[in-house]
Design a protein around this ligand. Structure first.
Ligand code: LLP
Length: 412
């Protein structure tokens, strides 16, 4: 089926295939299954059949991912000018590109305004009056949406419950006047937008509904005739193996109900949902250190520079030992640590896993979203390669960095 199962668990990946990929391409290695990316996108399209789906590129802006999604005929939401450039280069048509300007640097506005001259269908979402003014100062009079601060947030943690954070968007009560003012100044005012937060679960449907109702109230309160209401992204994925997948249908229904009395199109901006379970990170165990009778530290060659989420958000990512004899070994409590001399460099804490042996490979699940994209070069650690799976074949879509890539910009 084109849409595939609602979740691909870490256990569903073929251990032998992952092991042979690291044998060939080295470790650590990100693997991204583009066919699964397309299935996930199709499931969103099925749940929101009338909506324009814009993939939030910040989750994974790799060229191969963007090209595949552009070919699947969905749109893209960009968080920076750089993402807009990458999206256009990957083949998204301008009218399928949304740029969400969050306290945008001048260079971002300059670049996007100039790109919009060649791609007049592009839409810019402004989250502050100042941003509208700055676009006006640059002579931009193209498609404009306004980001609403709904005052309600939810998500996998405070750091990503952006709907409740007043630094994003203009308060709902002020937006109708902002829309009218922008139209009077000659902008092509086309929509309103809000993002409840990231990593929403089934329990967050009420918050989502309240945010959509807030958007509906704004549409009703303004004289500007709007084309679309963009309810953001945030659809979560189960990171724990016993967690159920999010049920999109009630969310879609709540969204439809909240907007049913309005003549506007719906837009959604999922990032994580599209790519998270399409990716794994494979990393090699290089140091095994016994810390107690039933506790070992497994030092691996990936760390907080490779996968930042555990250090930054205390995020859980499931870990699996790929060794062919793993099930025959006894389990022990394993803490998986990286190569950076910081106490936050812990990828997984106190997991019951088969007794690790130096040379084992660990697969770390659900790392297709915000994995390679948040990787960095701290401690002069080159970023890993990315291998894409598509139509039964594997190819390197991002080569492994070398030391010289880390220093390439230095000129002393
Ligand atoms: N639209 C807007 C305006 C956003 O700010 C975001 C995410 C999305 C869409 C996509 O959200 P998603 O569907 O991926 O949840 N680095 C964090 C996530 C930060 C998300 C920020 N905004 C993490 O690793 O969990």
């Amino acid at each position: 089926m084109r849409t595939g199962p609602p979740i691909r668990r870490l256990a569903d990946w073929d251990a032998g295939e992952l092991q042979s990929l690291v044998d060939e391409h080295g470790s650590p290695l990100y693997v991204i299954d583009l066919d699964r990316v397309a299935e996930n996108a199709a499931r969103i399209q099925d749940a929101f059949p009338t909506a324009e789906v814009h993939y939030a590129a910040k989750a994974n802006a790799g060229r191969a991912v963007l090209e595949r999604l552009a070919a699947e005929d969905i749109g893209v939401e960009c968080a920076s000018a750089g993402e807009v450039v990458r999206a256009l280069e990957a083949g998204f048509a301008g009218e399928h590109v949304l740029y969400t300007a969050v306290n945008p640097p001048a260079t971002d506005l300059d670049a996007v305004v100039s790109l919009a001259e060649d791609h007049p269908g592009l839409t810019i979402t402004a989250g502050a009056r100042d941003t509208v003014n700055r676009l006006d100062e640059r002579g931009y009079s193209g498609r404009l949406a306004i980001r609403v601060h709904p005052g309600i947030g939810a998500g996998h943690g405070d750091a990503v419950a952006t709907g409740g954070d007043a630094s994003f968007g203009i308060s709902a009560a002020e937006v109708p006047a902002v829309l009218e003012g922008a139209e009077a100044r000659g902008f092509d005012v086309v929509g309103v937008h809000a993002h409840t937060g990231s990593g929403l679960s089934n329990e967050d449907n009420e918050a989502h509904r309240a945010v959509v109702e807030t958007l509906a109230d704004v549409v009703e309160a303004t004289n500007v005739s709007l084309e679309f209401v963009d309810v953001g992204g945030g659809f979560g994925v189960p990171y724990h193996p016993d967690e159920p997948p999010i049920d999109l249908d009630p969310i879609a229904e709540a969204t439809r109900n909240a907007l049913s009395h309005l003549d506007v199109d719906l837009a959604v901006e999922p990032g994580r949902y599209v790519v998270a379970d399409a990716g794994v990170l494979v990393t090699a165990v290089n140091t095994v250190k016994r810390a107690g009778e039933d506790h070992v530290f497994a030092g691996v060659d990936a760390g907080m520079t490779t996968l930042l989420r555990p250090a930054l958000y205390d995020s859980y990512h499931h870990v699996r030992n790929l060794a062919s004899d793993a099930s025959e070994r006894g389990d022990t409590t394993v803490t998986v640590v990286g190569p950076v001399c910081e106490s936050t460099d812990v990828l997984a804490e106190d997991r019951r896993l088969p007794e690790p042996i130096r040379g084992d490979s660990f697969a770390i699940g659900n790392t297709g979203a915000y994995g390679i994209e948040m990787a960095n070069q701290y401690t002069t650690r080159p970023r890993p390669a990315v291998v894409a799976l598509e139509n039964g074949a594997a190819r390197v879509v991002r080569r492994r960095e070398e030391f010289s890539d880390v220093t390439a910009m230095e000129d002393v």
